[in-house]
Ligand binder design. Structure first.
Ligand code: PLP
Length: 357
């Protein structure tokens, strides 16, 4: 099938095959990775290799720690302010959709939150221009969501925040394109969209930002304690780290970030070009802010939604239903989605339009 799920999402087939082959006996140890002690040499090698490959792929500078945590991105909505807002007690949030709105709401428990810009008046169909942002130069950080998974808007530029660290929820576009990590103070992402199974949260944090956690911060969610313990202050999600490690090797074999970005751009173009040429389907997002990862679209008449989904399913195209808050359809086309998958979707959309348009 072609699986267009927003997450947990489709993963590269060779990775799943390798994991299946190694399921009962990893590299002759007689153990499944699931059965290994996280402190044993076997798992430590898996963990270290995953971190090294992530550093290489993303070009993570040496003064950043990579943490493998739990709690998901929604957990980070609290964990980020608990660790960072102590530097002054206030933070700026840029609200570009449902996910950043949720982040902003959660942060209010831990300090003063300023909404520096919001796309809500325009129904989150565009990213507010930076010239319109009201940033506080004394904020502890500025928070953005680089790709709004539900609304399908994505930053195609990096905000300039001066000395105020930029924090980004990259759950749905991490590893989809090259980025300059040094422009960010902290990046976090749940693994289950573009890099592996759920249960693992990646945090990339500049070292000087740690050490200011609020006293209420649980130890397992204290970045500094986790960094000092190589993400093993508590038992890390070992199997998820192993799968992410295999996915990272696969991304390296695909040619790294520049090649992956080209592949993602080519896929998204096939779908957006068709949407723009059709009067039967509509994507509401400002073209300059469209997501290369999540493409929401509506049919001319929502009474046809069910028939559209049923027909897609019959052709092996699954999980295309839009988020319940916006309705319509959404095609999530992360790294592991092939161009053939997107071409098959467009062919089906054309056929459906010809029959029902
Ligand atoms: N942030 C973004 C951008 C997301 O797409 C999601 C997806 O579910 C979340 C946060 C929530 O992640 P989790 O459910 O892993 O906490």
């Amino acid at each position: 099938v072609f699986n267009f799920s927003p997450g947990p999402a489709t993963l590269p087939e060779p990775v799943l095959r390798q994991a299946a082959a190694e399921m009962l006996d990893w590299h002759g140890t007689g153990m499944s990775v699931m059965e290994m002690s996280h402190r044993g040499k076997e798992f430590i090698s898996i963990h270290a290799e995953a971190e090294a490959d992530l550093r290489e792929l993303m070009g993570i500078p040496a003064n950043y720690k990579v943490l493998f945590m739990q709690g998901g991105a929604i957990g980070e909505n609290a964990i980020v302010p608990m660790n960072l807002i102590g530097r002054g007690g206030k933070a700026d949030y840029v609200v570009t959709g449902d996910w950043s709105k949720k982040s902003q709401k959660e942060a209010k428990t831990f300090g003063t939150v300023n909404v520096a810009a919001s796309g809500e008046a325009g129904k989150f169909t565009s990213i507010p221009k930076q010239s319109e942002w009201k940033l506080d130069p004394e904020a502890a950080y500025v928070h953005i969501c680089s790709n709004e998974t539900i609304g399908g808007v994505q930053f195609h530029w990096t905000p300039e925040t001066g000395n105020v660290p930029l924090v980004a929820d990259m759950s749905s576009d991490i590893l989809s394109r090259p980025i300059d990590v040094s422009k960010y103070g902290l990046i976090y992402a749940g693994a289950q969209k573009n890099m592996g199974p759920s249960g693992l949260t990646i945090v990339i944090v500049r070292e000087d930002l740690m050490g200011h956690a609020l006293p209420i911060t649980p130890s397992a969610f204290n970045y500094q304690l986790q960094a000092e313990n190589d993400s093993m202050f508590n038992t890390p999600p070992t199997y998820a780290i192993y799968i992410v490690g295999l996915v990272l090797k696969h991304f390296k074999a695909m040619g790294g970030m520049a090649a992956i970005e080209a592949h993602n751009k080519a896929k998204a173009k096939v779908l957006y070009d068709y949407l723009d040429a059709s009067s039967f389907y509509k994507n509401p997002v400002n073209p300059a802010d469209r997501s290369l990862m999540n493409v929401p679209f509506k049919l001319k008449d929502d009474a046809l939604d069910e028939a559209f989904l049923k027909g897609a399913q019959a052709k092996g195209m699954i999980q295309l239903k839009g988020h319940r808050s916006v309705g319509g359809m959404r095609a999530s086309i992360y790294n592991a989605m092939s161009i053939e998958g997107v071409q098959a979707l467009v062919a089906y959309m054309k056929e459906f339009e010809a029959k029902n348009g």
